[in-house]
Write a protein that binds this ligand. Structure first.
Ligand SMILES: Nc1nc2c(c(=O)[nH]1)N[C@H]1C(S)=C(S)[C@@H](COP(=O)(O)OP(=O)(O)OC[C@H]3O[C@@H](n4cnc5c(=O)[nH]c(N)nc54)[C@H](O)[C@@H]3O)O[C@H]1N2
Ligand SMILES: Nc1nc2c(c(=O)[nH]1)N[C@H]1C(S)=C(S)[C@@H](COP(=O)(O)OP(=O)(O)OC[C@H]3O[C@@H](n4cnc5c(=O)[nH]c(N)nc54)[C@H](O)[C@@H]3O)O[C@H]1N2
Ligand code: SF4
Ligand SMILES: [Mo]
Length: 694
């Protein structure tokens, strides 16, 4: 029996597992003991990774849609040629930017890197990632406040903190292994604090729950900042030495009085004061935020308001502290630096002459061949298709027909495309319904590459199972199209994922995320390596769980972190007489993953999962509306759409709030086309709706 260590490719924890294999079948999957992230534990999704080997149809070939609407199977060579010719034809006819791609945070670093090279460098097309739906807010917040998209924490901080504050984050469901680390915290008198309008599974397990009004976080955080200043609960030395614009911030928050904060958040004055005291009495305070913060119309400023609290109290860079953004997908961290979408490989702006020079040298191509600007954003791509400007789209490892906000707009877009390539491990996903080409690729168990987790840790994915005839990986599919496009020498050095990894390493040299000291072989069977890990400084970085900012130096030109702030804005989509309730959305259960393409194949998840779209309604509201558990309601959204949900009655949502898990396509039928002004991340979590009993 062979044992192969690899990485779970669901969530951003990136647990490692040992797969025991016999006759090309996984006999058992055991979470890797001693691995610093998950040390012998993992959740049900990781434990059932092997279940996918039985569901992907073996030896599948690409499919191309014929004029009569049916598909014909073709060889891979024909598939590559067809897509390459069509991309070129569309560009010749409608212009360079008439083709686009949607990348992902769930592939290996090498896979989205080569996609970014072919699409963004060679074709000069726009490619955004599904990370726009997820991490874009944190990225912009980090860049502006710290000077680089560099989350500084390490998971160990959860065990060392005495105030663990989760804001819009539900790790009990979404990051169970992270929650496991919280449970291992032995610090005497430590407190777990949750800020979430909903009494989430994490709130139920916390010491304090602040059930504020939806979208009122920014108001709350500024109020808390003002009170910390008034009470002089500050770390003056840290503020002085390591930050800028504090005096302006101090002036700015003066109008955020306790009274105003209480009125706008729905919390009592006592609750807000209690929160302030909890922060002040903590010796190691850590703030952790996820989608309840990232997905809103003033999300970047909200994330920065969290950062401001950590800065002013000196809770950053030290054990058990930090303003810590929790990443969602297994390799969203990787895609942020290596997908060539919003920044160059290894970071840096497309217009930065030094970066252009460096990247062109590493890749061995002329500077003119490199992408010249950040991509159009996801919403602009979908709007561009609907406006008839974009005619070709290639998506890989994402299912936007389901996950995109106001998802009927994607359905409309898909029908307008002349070329719509869907590359996935299942041809049954919603997005494949209208595709013109389907590329079937192998799942994670059959491929190799590199992942980067939420605490900047690189780990290896290595093939657990051998491939059958015709089975190819995402890497090979993109490489195949690149060759058919005639990229020639521009693909020199990109022959294998390992070659690509070496290119990416070189691109990172000298950047904050420098990984030049990591080797492909060194990652195998390892404990993973956190960036930065520059060549020649391996010994200095030998500690297995490392954090950034310990020296108080940030990545801005002055090396100081920035206080960034802006007045709280009116909600552009308030509740109205007609739409009196707010639809909140998010993860439903530990076993279900996003659009369910993968987890519905896992028997013991599917057997206990609800089959139809459902939502949670407050007990009182249900009573007032004459609705009982399991009744159906039709929900009408402010976006003009409606959908039917089964009702589950609960005390855990507010009277005026409905909560719908995202794992059903109906959920995003109702979400709006509203984005954060800076990150363009969709505001998924607060849609005004009304409902009636069916
Ligand atoms: N089982 C499972 N795990 C997953 C995933 C999955 O699909 N299934 N997806 C992964 C991915 S990609 C991601 S990004 C993460 C997401 O991880 P999380 O962000 O933790 O999960 P969500 O359920 O989207 O949202 C978290 C909470 O935000 C709250 N919220 C809504 N509105 C507000 C608000 O105005 N203020 C505040 N403070 N909170 C609010 C919601 O009530 C919810 O409890 O999970 C990852 N893990
Ligand atoms: N209302 C609402 N909507 C949301 C959210 C929310 O909180 N509320 N959250 C948003 C967030 S944070 C995220 S991250 C997105 C996620 O949205 P998506 O990215 O659309 O969701 P997934 O179901 O993870 O899609 C991944 C796809 O990749 C396929 N796949 C798996 N492995 C491979 C592989 O190796 N190669 C290829 N080519 N394909 C593979 C799967 O079959 C699946 O079709 O949803 C967003 N949508
Ligand atoms: S916690 Fe995340 S990485 Fe770990 S097994 Fe579960 S889904 Fe996979
Ligand atoms: Mo996500």
């Amino acid at each position: 029996m062979k044992k192969i260590q690899s990485t779970c490719n669901y969530c951003a924890i990136d647990c490692n597992l040992d797969f025991y294999v016999e006759n090309n079948r996984v006999v058992k999957a055991v979470p890797t003991k001693g691995y610093p992230v998950n040390d012998g534990f993992c959740c049900i999704k990781g434990l059932s990774l092997d279940k996918q080997q039985t569901t992907v149809k073996p030896n599948s070939l690409p499919k191309i849609r014929k004029e009569d609407g049916t598909f014909k199977e073709v060889s891979w060579e024909e598939g590559f040629r067809y897509v390459a010719d069509k991309l070129k034809e569309l560009q010749a006819k409608y212009g360079q930017e008439s083709v686009a791609g949607i990348s992902t945070g769930q592939l290996t670093m090498e896979e989205f890197a080569i996609f970014g090279h072919v699409m963004r460098n060679y074709l000069k097309a726009n490619v955004d990632g599904n990370t726009r739906l997820c991490m874009a807010t944190a990225v912009v917040a980090h860049k502006q406040s710290y000077g680089f998209d560099a989350p500084g924490f390490t998971l160990k901080d959860l065990e060392l903190s005495d105030r663990i504050i989760f804001i819009g984050s539900n790790p009990v469901v979404a990051h169970p292994i992270l929650w496991g680390r919280v449970r291992q915290n032995q610090v005497p008198d430590h407190k777990i604090i949750v800020i979430d309008p909903r009494k989430s599974e994490t709130a139920m397990n916390a010491d304090y729950w602040y059930g504020l009004k939806w979208r009122s976080d920014l108001l709350l955080l500024y109020t808390v900042a003002n009170l910390l200043i008034e009470k002089d609960y500050l770390d003056h030395k840290f503020i002085e030495e390591h930050t800028e614009k504090f005096e302006e911030f101090k002036e700015f928050v003066k109008s955020y009085t306790l009274k105003r904060g209480a009125e706008g958040t729905g919390l009592s004055e006592e609750q807000i004061l209690e929160l302030v005291e909890l922060i002040h009495s903590g010796k190691r305070v850590s703030f952790w935020w996820t989608m309840g913060v990232n997905q809103g119309y003033e999300a970047v400023r909200t994330a920065q308001a969290i950062i401001n609290l950590a800065l002013m109290t000196g809770n950053i860079g030290k054990p058990g502290t930090g303003a810590n953004s929790i990443t969602g997908q297994c390799n969203a961290m990787g895609s942020r630096s290596y997908s060539n979408t919003a920044v160059f490989f290894g970071g840096g702006d497309f217009t930065n002459p030094a970066r252009r020079k460096r990247i062109s040298e590493v890749l061995g191509v002329d500077e003119e061949m490199l992408a010249e600007k950040p991509t159009k954003t996801y919403n602009q791509i979908i709007e561009g298709i609907n406006a008839g400007e974009i005619k070709g789209l290639w998506i890989l490892c994402t299912n936007p027909r389901h996950s995109w906000t106001n998802n009927e707009t994607f359905a409309q877009a898909a029908k307008k495309l002349e070329l719509f390539v869907v590359q996935d491990i299942y041809d049954t996903i919603e997005s494949a319904e209208d595709c013109t080409v389907f590329f079937p690729v192998v799942p994670g168990l059959k491929k190799e590459g590199t992942y980067i987790n939420l605490e900047r840790r690189l780990s290896a994915m290595r093939p657990v199972l051998e491939r059958g005839e015709n089975e190819i990986s995402d890497y090979e599919a993109v490489l195949g199209v690149g060759k058919a496009l005639g990229m020639g020498d521009a693909l020199k050095g990109w022959e294998t994922p390992k070659d690509c990894f070496n290119l990416m390493k070189e691109c990172s040299r000298g950047m904050p995320c420098d990984i030049t000291g990591v080797t492909w072989e060194g990652l195998e069977e390892s404990h993973g390596i956190q960036w930065p890990y520059p060549e020649g400084k391996e010994e200095e970085n030998a500690e297995e769980q490392r954090r950034l900012y310990g020296d108080g130096k940030f990545f801005t030109p002055s090396k100081k972190a920035q206080f960034i702030f802006e007045e709280v804005r009116e909600n552009p989509l308030p509740v109205t007489e007609e739409f009196l309730y707010v639809l909140n959305t998010g993860r439903g259960s530990v076993g279900q993953w996003h659009t369910q393409s993968r987890t519905k194949e896992v028997r013991f998840v599917e057997d206990v999962s609800v089959k139809k779209a459902y939502l949670y309604m407050n007990t009182e509201l249900a009573k007032e509306s004459g609705i009982q558990e399991m009744d159906e309601v039709r929900v009408y959204s402010v976006n003009g759409q409606d959908a039917v949900f089964t009702v589950k009655v609960t005390e855990n949502v507010q009277h005026d709030e409905l909560y719908a898990p995202i794992h059903y396509v109906e959920c995003n039928k109702l979400t709006p086309s509203l984005y954060d002004s800076y990150s363009k991340e969709p505001s998924y979590k607060a849609t005004p709706v009304r409902f009636e009993k069916c």
